[in-house]
Every structure is written in structure tokens, then in C-alpha cells.
Design a protein around this ligand. Structure first.
Ligand code: ATP
Ligand code: MG
Length: 113
């Protein structure tokens, strides 16, 4: 199993959730985060022309644990739904997951997904 950890624009969350659900991936976890990428946040220009920097931007982190054979499909689905083509579109990480359990039944591994 793999945990797909995707950091995306908050305004893209609904599109991404819908794309995943349409493909049968319903269970997921959403966390509000702040972060920065290579641009170290952004420089804003105020009304008076003054500049100020915001170095941590609000993003949404989506976590989906999937079977190994589904990981690439989920990465592509998320990327296509989240992409605007502009800087700050986000990032996706793949993390191996050793095991899982459905607490209600005690099922383990992929049966617990
Ligand atoms: N190396 C990293 N490790 C963990 N989180 C990261 C990393 N890089 C980016 N992030 C997270 O992803 C969010 C979006 O990053 P962002 O899309 O700006 O990446 P980028 O590498 O700067 O690409 P781009 O040039 O398209 O902006 C960041 O705000 C941060 O929350
Ligand atoms: Mg960036």
C-alpha cells in the first residue's frame, strides 16, 4: 500500500475530491496546512505600492491510502484536477504504508482500505 500525500490549493479541494470519488476512491483525510515551496511564499504589492511578504501560504493536504497498483492512477487524478499551470499548484508525495486495520472488524492490509 501507498499513502498519496497531496498538497494542493484549497480552492481545488472539491474538484480533487470529486475526481477521486468518481474513480472509486472515497476514503481520505484532509488537513489544512500552511507551507511554502521554492518561491518561499509570495511578495504582495499593497495599495500604496509598498511590498510585503507572506512566507507561508494556506494549502490543503489530502491523504489517501491506496493499493500499490492504484497509486499512479490516484497521483494522476489528483494532479489533473489540481493543476492550474501556475506556480503554487502543489506537490504530491508517495509514502509506503506497512499495514492498515479497519477498527470495527479487525481486517488488515488491503482488506482494510
Ligand atoms: N519539499 C517539500 N516538502 C514538503 N512540502 C512541500 C515541499 N515543497 C512544497 N511543499 C508544500 O507544497 C505547497 C505547494 O508547493 P508549490 O506548489 O509552491 O511547490 P514548488 O516546488 O514551489 O512548485 P511551483 O514552482 O510550481 O510553485 C507548499 O506551500 C508546501 O506546503
Ligand atoms: Mg511554489
Amino acid at each position: 500500500m501507498q499513502k498519496v500525500e497531496a498538497i494542493i490549493r484549497p480552492e481545488k479541494l472539491n474538484d480533487v475530491k470529486n475526481a477521486l470519488a468518481a474513480a472509486g476512491f472515497v476514503g481520505l483525510n484532509v488537513v489544512n496546512v500552511t507551507g511554502r515551496g521554492v518561491q518561499k511564499g509570495v511578495v504582495h504589492i499593497g495599495r500604496g505600492g509598498e511590498t510585503y511578504e507572506v512566507d507561508m501560504l494556506p494549502k490543503v493536504k489530502l491523504e489517501v491510502v491506496v493499493r500499490d497498483e492504484d497509486a499512479e492512477k490516484v497521483v494522476q487524478l489528483i494532479a489533473q484536477a489540481a493543476r492550474t499551470g501556475h506556480i503554487g499548484d502543489g506537490k504530491i508525495f508517495l509514502i509506503p504504508v506497512a499495514d492498515a486495520m479497519r477498527v470495527r472488524t479487525g481486517e488488515r492490509g488491503e482488506a482494510a482500505l
